[in-house]
Design a protein around this ligand. Sequence first.
Ligand code: AKG
Ligand code: FE2
Length: 300
Amino acid sequence: MSTTAIQTRLSPQIQELELEQFVLQLEVDGLCVVPPERTGVAPETINAIAEQLLSEAQEVVGCEFDLNEGPKAELTMSADENVIAQFSGDRGEPTQFLVQQLCARDRLFRDLAINPVGVALIRHLIGQNATRFSSHNAFIKWQGEFGYGQNLGLHCDQMAVPRPWGRNALTANTNWCITDYSLDGGALAYVPGSHRRMEPPRFPEAVELAVPVEAPAGSLIVFHGATWHGAFPRLTEGMRLSIANYFRHYMVLPQDDIKNLFPQELAEDCDDPDMFKFLAGFADEFPYSQQTERVPRLVL
Ligand SMILES: O=C(O)CCC(=O)C(=O)O
Ligand SMILES: [Fe+2]
């Protein structure tokens, strides 16, 4: 059997990094899990990232966090902040928050954002030349029975883009497990194959079909923007840390205005400055922040 037609749809990076099995899983399930030993990120780096996240969390909140014990002080958040839960009519205090704009915070985060395995799989979904950063956020989560509520916060990341959607991903996500992901520990939840429905989740069907993504720290979860996903509540002591490096097609609005507002000199301080600048869209035509088109000149 000739495989020429299939091969022409796989980028040189997918082939060089031997990521074909993950591409297949993305096509079938809308999500794949790359094990730690295949990401090119050393366990010591994941540990360093965990430490850095705990100190960023402390800076943002003003209290210490411990991986095994959780927040060292009693914290409270308004149920109004639980936007995803509210979306399905549920109300409860969240036991997580986001640390945003990670790439401006530390080089460790910039290197993760341009990780060649993650970028190759995302570019397969969105398009080799059309892929750009959308945002770089850490999910800092601790014990709490409510979580996202009874619908597990199930949603699609590209939900704000009007339908009909095509097969091509308009956005796509990477979730780096910085701590172990288990059902009781509050793992990501998702519905296998749901990206092929090309519509937002239907309830209660979505909850019935949702499965946990259980994976050790250092794993890289990649998923299509149309994949139904959320998370289980963390029932155990301690913390679940993850980093969502989220990508978009260049015609989709970014969550973070990286092109215009990111301190561009920081892009030089990472493993691959050219890749960072390309994905940040610094040289893109849109969205412009000043007159860019030529104007006629007076004939003197
Ligand atoms: O882990 C979670 O709580 C959900 C992650 C998520 O929805 C995302 O990264 O888009
Ligand atoms: Fe999401």
